[in-house]
Ligand binder design. Structure first.
Ligand SMILES: Cc1cc2nc3c(=O)[nH]c(=O)nc-3n(C[C@H](O)[C@H](O)[C@H](O)COP(=O)(O)OP(=O)(O)OC[C@H]3O[C@@H](n4cnc5c(N)ncnc54)[C@H](O)[C@@H]3O)c2cc1C
Length: 258
């Protein structure tokens, strides 16, 4: 039997064509990639930067839809991090390395037979849900109906942290009966103009799920982003009798033990 060799990572070039900073440490980046790579909404790209002789790379959930001619990501700056400060140095026309395989299992569950989906996220954890919702909208415009109903609940400390994604998701919710969007703010005292929901995403998932009829008999639930939110949300959904196989998660990082 031949020994299987690990194939070497192959990269494409992603040229920055648009950047929007929502705050000092949150920004959206759009890249034009050499080649349109196939992916399923919810999957991630591995994006790298050349540092000396090496490529330093990290996974980033893709915000854009496979039907769009660019790759968009929503990134939070980790000031002491190896990669995100390099994102912050990018100017239009600069380029990054993008691995030529887009992968991940955090995608819309079309196998369980459930057609209702509760998607909870913390700030950049909204990325896979935006891709899923954009794709459903584009495919609907192409005449491809979908049975899937989505309740997206996204938490942030302050309302403006979601930047233009909040407008996009509110607009989609106003247009489409299959999409509901709840934005929740955990530091409303620092955001006196905010009139919407307050608390963390996990504080309100049960309230909206129960009220809108997304429950353990008919729904799949998803949690993405901050690991503590994911653990809290999973415990709440387990108590609400969601079976383990219908609770999906994508943790963006691991909390270091002090
Ligand atoms: C599947 C997947 C998808 C991801 N998608 C996104 C995305 O869409 N947008 C995005 O911004 N990030 C995303 N991440 C996180 C991303 O891959 C990097 O870990 C993050 O950007 C930090 O990279 P860094 O090299 O700057 O920091 P590193 O040098 O890797 O990390 C430094 C330290 O900071 C901690 N850390 C990492 N991220 C955070 C954070 N957000 N808040 C607090 N501490 C942190 C790490 O645990 C580590 O201890 C995703 C991660 C995974 C696994």
């Amino acid at each position: 039997m031949g020994r299987r060799r690990r194939s070497r990572a192959q990269y494409l070039k992603g040229e920055l064509i648009e950047r929007e900073d929502f705050s000092e440490d949150l920004a959206a980046f759009k890249f034009r990639v050499d080649k349109q790579l196939p992916f399923i909404p919810g999957q991630y790209a591995t994006i790298g930067f050349q540092v000396d002789e090496k490529i330093v790379q990290r996974p980033y959930s893709i915000v854009s839809s496979p039907h769009e001619p660019f790759m968009e990501v929503f990134v939070e700056l980790v000031p002491e991090g190896a990669t995100t400060p390099l994102f912050w140095e990018l100017k239009l026309g600069d380029s990054v390395f993008i691995r030529d395989r887009l992968v991940g299992r955090f995608v819309l569950d079309t196998e369980s037979g459930m057609t209702r989906h509760v998607m909870a996220g913390t700030v950049t954890g909204a990325a896979p849900y935006i891709s899923i919702a954009r794709t459903q909208k584009i495919e609907q415009e192409q005449g491809k109906a979908s049975p899937h109903q989505i309740l997206a609940i996204v938490g942030a400390s302050l309302s403006w942290e979601l930047g233009y994604y909040a407008d996009e998701l509110n607009e989609l919710a106003a247009q489409e009966e299959w999409f509901t969007f709840v934005q929740t703010v955990s530091r409303p005292w620092e955001d006196p103009e905010w009139q919407g929901e307050s608390g963390r995403a996990e504080d309100v998932i049960r309230k909206y799920g129960d009220h809108l009829g997304y429950d353990h008999t008919n729904a799949v639930v998803y949690a993405c982003g901050h690991p503590q939110m994911i653990e809290n949300a999973k415990a709440i959904w387990a108590r609400a009798r969601f079976p383990e196989e219908r609770i999906k998660e994508e943790k963006f990082f691991v909390i270091k033990e002090e």
